[in-house]
Design a binder for this molecule. Structure first.
Ligand SMILES: Cc1cc2nc3c(=O)[nH]c(=O)nc-3n(C[C@H](O)[C@H](O)[C@H](O)COP(=O)(O)OP(=O)(O)OC[C@H]3O[C@@H](n4cnc5c(N)ncnc54)[C@H](O)[C@@H]3O)c2cc1C
Length: 181
């Protein structure tokens, strides 16, 4: 890990024995009880998945936004909850399906799954239209989730302009908070 990403030393140096680590386990689950009287499931409580697309936090935030908008726009609580889930259902279903499709390539112990990923998927992912599709998938934008929520695409130019200074300052902030805990 240190060889690949030396900046993580501030975190790794604090790990001295195995008891400090938790073994990560992943599961695909989609709740059957999504909405009920005065009840809604959002985020992982609605849809958990294995992490290769890195979308769990993003999806949870979109669900929360949808809930807030549904509560604003619904004439009753029940209608607000129904609107919130209806705006998110297609996107959640799509990502649950795509993630399940990719899971064997990233999580399986079988050598041919890894070979398929490294020797077919990796080179193909640099070629049009696979590169564009992959970028959409990894940014959470596959399936056009923003329009139903009344949201616009991020301002990528502004994000890019601020990202180079942000990455080094983020690492300093983590180091500083660890040394004070
Ligand atoms: C190892 C690992 C790596 C991951 N990597 C990524 C990544 O790179 N990118 C990404 O987007 N996602 C990643 N995820 C997924 C992401 O962390 C989750 O999808 C996201 O945190 C879901 O948010 P949530 O608010 O729905 O649930 P959570 O973040 O799990 O929040 C639920 C909260 O409810 C609290 N809670 C539980 N029960 C009760 C109760 N009875 N009363 C009160 N509080 C309660 C919990 O303590 C917790 O704080 C990863 C997950 C794991 C495990």
């Amino acid at each position: 890990m240190l060889a690949l990403w030396p900046d993580t030393r501030v975190i790794l140096d604090r790990i001295t024995n195995r008891d400090q680590l938790t073994f990560a386990q992943y599961a695909h689950r989609t709740t059957q009880r999504l909405v009920d009287d005065r009840f809604i499931a959002i985020g992982d409580a609605w849809h958990s998945a294995s992490p290769q697309l890195g979308q769990g936090a993003n999806m949870a935030l979109l669900d929360a936004w949808s809930l807030s908008r549904g509560l604003e726009e619904g004439r009753t609580l029940a209608e607000g909850l129904r609107l919130a889930t209806s705006w998110r259902r297609d996107h959640v279903g799509l990502y649950q399906w795509v993630t399940a499709l990719f899971t064997p390539l990233y999580q399986s112990d079988k050598a041919w799954h890894a070979a398929l990923r490294d020797h077919l998927l990796a080179p193909v992912s640099g070629i049009w239209p696979a590169a564009q599709i992959q970028a959409q998938l990894m940014s959470g934008l596959f399936g056009f989730p923003l329009a139903p929520l009344g949201l616009n695409l991020p301002d990528y130019e502004a994000l890019l302009a601020s990202s180079s200074s942000a990455s080094s300052s983020t690492m300093s902030a983590i180091a500083s908070s660890l040394s004070h805990s």
